[in-house]
Design a protein around this ligand. Structure first.
Ligand code: ADP
Ligand code: MG
Length: 474
């Protein structure tokens, strides 16, 4: 039945909302008409309670009639489950979801209306404005610049350096898929601006909403807003998660007030402002009213640089950890998705090297990162592509490879290209010979045998040929 409840919620609320709030909702127990659900964080608990409790109850009831009450707890804390009446607009029980629940005829436990658990006051009162701490590793210095992020980086540096350079960069809106360096740049801005003595707050959307929900609970929303407005630079990460009528309205007011007062706002999101469906049109257009910059997929050169930088950092503390340029290139090519996976790959290579005490070879690298590599359709490889790639790796031209020239600088790549043509395509030896400037099939056979033998004897060449193979295969 629980699976059906979840399916219904997904269908009713849509994939986005479901994934944001309900994907990690689990049923713990059903007893005496109460279904006890759990989520991993306090934030999710208070969010579901304040926005979706009645929805969940009704959906549950439709599947299991006896259910009269829903309780949401946080997994892994022994904390008592106490539904809290948090209205989206007013902290009065009369407008909260529990009141609606009550009006719908559901019995509400007295404790549920009894307001805020004492332990959540204190630190959160007035809204915790210490923000989310900045990660010391995520600085401009450790950010590698490439084609896909150069503009975003330049804008980030400007914003961090000059205050109120005009409305041009305000707000600065960065967007990109996951793992492309948004959070890294935001922290970089935060560090640099703080060093320049500016008052900076960095908040994730979760944190912003959490602070606000808490401020509402303790009736200190005004103080929360005032404090937010008293800073020089507000950095908000993952704004695509901001939703809910009153919260997004407050979010809108806050950025309007800051920008109008000449304070800088920087936000990051996984999508452009026009696609922030959960936000009101006015908020969207305000967010898009400054500089909007996209970080596009990391190109190969950038992946190689990020990986090298990361390897160098790791090597500083693990001197024995050595990764050949071939392996590094292989990893940077195999992992096309994002910076986070590159980092994950380095950690695995390191774990592998430390655990086995052996050097990282192409093979061990492959097995260590297998699950990070996207499955792709095997590609049909053309002899022409092999010739082009091998030529460019060896700094000769394709016509050199096809020519009669017999200098060592040309012979070796030619033989490698023939070998690769044999192992990567279904072409016969005579056909391969024809495509290599009309050579005889015995010449091709000789080349294939020779390279096979050399690979067995020379591991550098072996890795090199492996690398070429993989470059051709993906
Ligand atoms: P996002 O916030 O866009 O999902 P992150 O900023 O969290 O991505 O980046 C994921 C990981 O990749 C982090 O460890 C980050 O340091 C690293 N990373 C991404 N881009 C770069 C870059 N250009 N230079 C150095 N590290 C990067
Ligand atoms: Mg991020």
């Amino acid at each position: 039945a629980w699976a059906r409840v979840k399916r219904r919620l997904r269908a009713e609320l849509g994939e986005d909302v479901f994934a944001s709030w309900f994907a990690r909702l689990e049923l713990e127990a059903v007893a005496g008409g109460t279904a006890r659900l759990t989520v991993p964080t306090r934030f999710l608990k208070s969010w579901i309670e304040s926005h979706y409790l009645d929805r969940v109850l009704n959906t549950f009831k439709a599947e299991v009639e006896e259910i009269a009450r829903i309780e949401v707890g946080v997994r892994g804390t022994g904390a008592p489950v106490r539904p809290v009446a948090v209205g989206a607009s007013k902290p009065s029980p009369a407008s909260g979801p529990l009141a609606r629940l009550h009006a719908a005829g559901a019995p509400v436990p007295v404790a549920a209306i009894a307001s805020v658990p004492a332990e959540s006051r204190g630190a959160e009162a007035g809204g915790d404005l210490s923000g989310t701490p900045l990660d010391a590793r995520l600085t401009f210095a450790s950010f590698v610049i490439g084609r896909s992020n150069a503009l975003a980086h330049a804008a980030a540096e400007r914003v961090a350096a000059h205050q109120g350079e005009g409305a041009l960069y305000n707000p600065l809106y960065l967007h990109a898929g996951v793992g492309l360096g948004k959070t890294h740049l935001l922290h970089g801005i935060g560090h640099a601006a703080r060093e320049a003595g500016r008052r900076v707050i960095y908040l994730t959307a979760d944190r912003f909403m959490y602070g606000f929900v808490n401020a509402l609970k303790t009736q200190s929303a005004l103080a929360y807003k005032e404090r937010l407005r008293g800073i020089d630079l507000l950095i908000l990460d993952d704004v695509q998660f901001i939703q809910g009528k009153s919260i997004q309205a407050e979010f809108g007011h806050t950025i309007n007030a800051l920008i109008d007062a000449g304070r800088q706002v920087v936000v990051a999101s996984d999508r452009p402002p026009t696609e922030l469906e959960a936000l009101d049109e006015r908020v969207r257009s305000r967010l898009g009213g400054g500089l909007v910059v996209e970080i596009t997929a990391l190109d190969e050169a950038l992946r190689v640089s990020i990986l090298s930088a990361r390897l160098a950092t790791v090597r500083a503390s693990h001197p024995g950890f050595d990764v050949s340029p071939q392996v590094a290139t292989y990893v940077a090519r195999a992992i096309t998705a994002n910076g986070r996976d590159l980092e994950g790959a380095v950690n695995r290579l390191l774990a592998h090297a430390t655990l086995t005490g052996t050097a990282v070879t192409m093979e061990t690298a492959e097995s260590a990162i297998r699950d990070l590599v996207k499955n792709r359709e095997p590609k049909r490889i053309k002899i022409e592509d092999i010739q082009k790639l091998v030529a460019s790796r060896y700094n000769v031209s394709r016509s050199d490879i096809l020519s009669e020239r017999r200098t060592a600088a040309v012979v070796k790549p030619r033989q490698i290209a023939m070998y690769l043509s044999k192992v990567l395509t279904l072409r016969s030896l005579p056909e391969i010979g024809r495509r290599f400037g009309g050579r005889d099939h015995t010449t091709v056979l000789h080349a294939v045998r020779k390279i096979e033998k050399q690979i067995g004897e020379d591991s550098v060449l072996g890795d090199e040929v492996e690398l070429l193979k993989r470059m051709l295969q993906d």
